[in-house]
Design a protein around this ligand. Structure first.
Ligand code: BGC
Length: 738
């Protein structure tokens, strides 16, 4: 007995000695995350586990204070780190150290068609998030561009699943190297803002698997994303944030996602479904606060007290909470408790440069036609030739990082297009606003008196009369019913009287360069008359410098469209099937165009687009030689190599995106004419030539066989199309799949 007491005494002293005590496994970062999760879980009470599963403030969820496990801090996303928000409401916290670098909108990133741009973007935004001590960055968004009316397209990566999948992966990987989780959103089918909170999307398995899910799957399986945000809408009758199909069956079942599912803010609607169907963290549900007399607090969330009660009463299994808590702990260990993560950096010169580089690579030159046989195209714009450069349009001066909803940013530095042009061309630049849209408004619209618009228009037209060139900088903006969350555009046309203004300007001056700033396609009734058109997106902090560099030719444009511009709205697939297809009957919606989204529709139905998917010009041109293929037949699980020589035949260095599409010539299932299956961005000096190679695998030929619920390819003939856009095909090949 005495001996035993001595042993206990010695052990107690050993444990109490500083440095000699053994750390609990969950705090020991030499142990695997899985061991740490298990250990932490074993020490927690049921109440503590449930606490992990819901918000404690607008943008944070609780940790386990008793065990020293920290909270999770989240921030929008996806184009910069949002300003600090109040604990308990959407208001700005009013900090003075949170003005960030604004990176270009994701449409611009997609338009670079360059995964290296995704990588530098992800690295820089990840560093900003880390510096600001965020654990979860709410982005990137990969909802497929289905209609040009969707108010949030600017936050996503375009209409093609292959392009979006390729571009999303490096963004996620680089963000996460900072110990900050990316949160890919909005899973899934949040492809419009009209009735986004309740519209029920009905679609085929083929459309789901082939079009709307691949970018999420790539984010999970290739990007290794640590969190995913459910979307607001319903899918086949169930809210996406607790959809058995999307979360249990596909995400966690088929794709083996081991991270945490976070709701969109206010996206949870039912405790039982949330408990059973794979929701892990509930954010943004209604609450009137933490004040003791309030009727509804964070503890009243679906995944708070009501869930605890159901667990205690045995109405939902304990395994649900162990799974959820494990996932949240895993997320915490990967981020907040990663003791080896870097410190990050904020608004550095390097981040500014990343922002400008991505902006410059994403701007798309849509058109640049010579004025006559003898007079060359207006771009690149040589300032020495002109005395008066008239800039017209509100977007030349408007702060376009503001507005748009949750992606709005408070920025340290934003160079407007006018400032960029003034810096480039000096006092030759004269400015006329031309139209006005009022101040930034969310969920309301400004009414601008006609007399104001008339006089702005008259002034611009007067100035244009003796201008040597007119640079029109217009498009959409981030106001309600434009490129903005919580509402779709009401019309495909340009707003605020711009079409009238443009035709007025063209009457007095034909030398017009159009710079369209938008995250969406717009109708262009003046397209034939305007000789040069540039699609600039929401470009972020360095907007004006990027635009000026491209206009002047200091940067040769190399962006390509990540979505099609239909001539008219009715030419877009979703709109071709009437209201039930878009926007639905207010309760339900059917994706009647099925797999024929974007260029798949234009191609297959032979409805020419105004500007095709993948289109984009530069100040040089490229010739494509004849493509060759390694074999004429492909074994069932084999590969083929396709090579094509491409040469810069112009006078300046430039970049080209070589695109490879594949069409299934004969199949018992309907297939689009062709689908993007490869692309490479190459840089060539004048006269330089290179051989571009692509490897085709059996996976590139497959479709989702919804009769057997699996991906298959049918043996037979396939056609390869290689070109500079989806319609500018320069070489084709054929092969047979055995
Ligand atoms: C948006 C999300 C955003 C969240 C938090 C929601 O309204 O749909 O994209 O991350 O708010 O701001």
């Amino acid at each position: 007995m005495k001996k035993q007491l001595i042993t206990v005494f010695v052990m107690a002293i050993l444990f109490a000695l500083p440095g000699k005590a053994q750390k609990p496994v969950y705090l020991d970062d030499t142990k695997s995350i899985e061991d740490r999760v298990k250990d932490a879980l074993s020490r927690m009470t049921l109440e503590e586990k449930v606490k992990l599963c819901h918000a404690q403030s607008k943008f944070s969820s609780s940790g386990v204070p008793r065990l020293g496990i920290p909270e999770l801090w989240m921030s929008d996303g996806p184009h910069g780190v949002r300003e600090e928000i109040l604990w308990n409401s959407w208001g700005a916290a009013g900090w003075t150290n949170d003005s960030c670098t604004a990176f270009p909108a994701l449409t611009c990133l997609a338009a670079t068609w360059n995964p290296e741009m995704s990588a530098i973007y992800g690295k820089a935004i990840g560093e900003e998030a880390r510096y600001r001590r965020k654990d979860v960055l709410l982005g990137p968004g990969v909802n497929i561009y289905r209609t040009p009316l969707n108010g949030r397209n600017f936050e996503f990566l375009g209409e093609d699943p292959f392009l979006a999948s390729t571009m999303v992966v490096p963004y996620i990987q680089e963000v996460q190297k900072n110990g900050v989780a990316a949160c890919v959103k909005h899973y899934a089918l949040n492809n419009q803002e009209t009735w986004r909170g309740h519209i029920n999307v009905e679609l085929s398995d083929r459309a789901l698997y082939e079009i709307y899910l691949p970018a999420f799957k790539a984010a999970v399986q290739k990007g290794g994303v640590w969190s995913i945000m459910g979307s607001y809408n319903k899918v086949r009758g169930q809210h996406a944030c607790h959809s058995d199909l999307l979360l249990q069956k596909i995400l966690k079942g088929e794709w083996k996602f081991d991270g945490a599912v976070i709701t969109d803010w206010g996206g949870a609607h039912d405790t039982r479904e949330a408990a059973l169907n794979g929701l892990d963290i509930e954010m943004g549900s209604y609450t009137d606060g933490l004040i003791s007399e309030s009727a509804f607090t964070y503890d009243d969330y679906y995944l708070a007290r009501p869930y605890l009660q159901m667990l205690k009463e045995g109405k939902v299994p304990m395994s649900t909470i162990d799974d959820k808590a494990s996932r949240v702990l895993r997320l915490i260990f990967r981020t907040a408790m990663d003791s080896k993560k870097p410190w990050g950096s904020f608004t550095s010169e390097e981040h500014n440069k990343v922002s400008r580089t991505v902006a410059e690579e994403g701007i798309v030159l849509l058109k640049n036609t010579p004025l006559s046989k003898k007079i060359p195209a207006l771009l690149p714009l040589d300032g020495a030739k002109y005395n008066k450069i008239l800039v017209v349009g509100e977007n030349a001066t408007r702060r376009l990082t503001e507005g748009g909803g949750s992606s709005a940013l408070k920025v340290k530095n934003e160079v407007s297009p006018l400032a960029g042009l003034l810096a480039k061309y000096g006092d030759k630049v004269v400015y006329a606003k031309g139209y006005d849209s009022g101040r930034v408004m969310y969920e309301k619209i400004n009414k601008i008196p006609t007399s104001v618009l008339d006089s702005l228009r008259a002034e611009a037209i007067k100035q244009a009369t003796d201008a040597d060139v007119v640079i029109f900088i217009g498009g959409l903006n981030k106001n309600h019913l434009q490129d903005c969350e919580a509402g779709d555009r009401e019309s495909y046309a340009l707003p605020f009287g711009q079409n009238e203004l443009i035709s007025g300007l063209l009457k007095v001056n034909k030398k017009m360069v159009m710079v369209l700033i938008s995250g969406n396609a717009v109708e262009m009734p003046w397209v034939k008359e305007v000789p040069s058109i540039l699609q600039a997106w929401y470009l972020g902090s360095e907007s004006g410098n990027a635009i000026a560099n491209v206009l002047s030719g200091e940067v040769n444009p190399s962006g390509k469209l990540p979505f099609s511009f239909p001539v008219k709205l009715g030419d877009n697939a979703a709109h071709s099937f009437g209201q039930i297809s878009y926007p639905g009957d207010s309760i339900n919606q059917e994706y009647k165009e099925d797999i024929l989204v974007g260029y798949r529709w234009h191609d297959t139905k032979k409805i020419p687009a105004l500007f095709s998917f993948g289109h984009g010009l530069g100040y040089t041109s490229f010739s494509y030689g004849k493509a060759v293929i390694s074999d004429k037949t492909m074994p069932e699980d084999g590969t083929l190599v396709v090579t094509i020589p491409v040469k810069n035949i112009g006078k300046v260095a430039g970049k080209e995106v070589v695109q490879l599409y594949i069409g299934d010539e004969k199949c018992t299932f309907a297939r689009p004419l062709k689908e993007l299956k490869g692309f490479k961005k190459i840089a060539l000096a004048p006269g330089e030539e290179t051989a571009v190679t692509f490897t085709i695998t059996a996976d590139d030929l497959k479709f989702y066989n919804d009769k057997e619920s699996k991906w298959t390819a049918e043996a037979g003939k396939f056609k390869i199309y290689i070109g500079a856009s989806s319609t500018d095909i320069r070489s084709t090949l054929e092969f047979t799949l055995q």
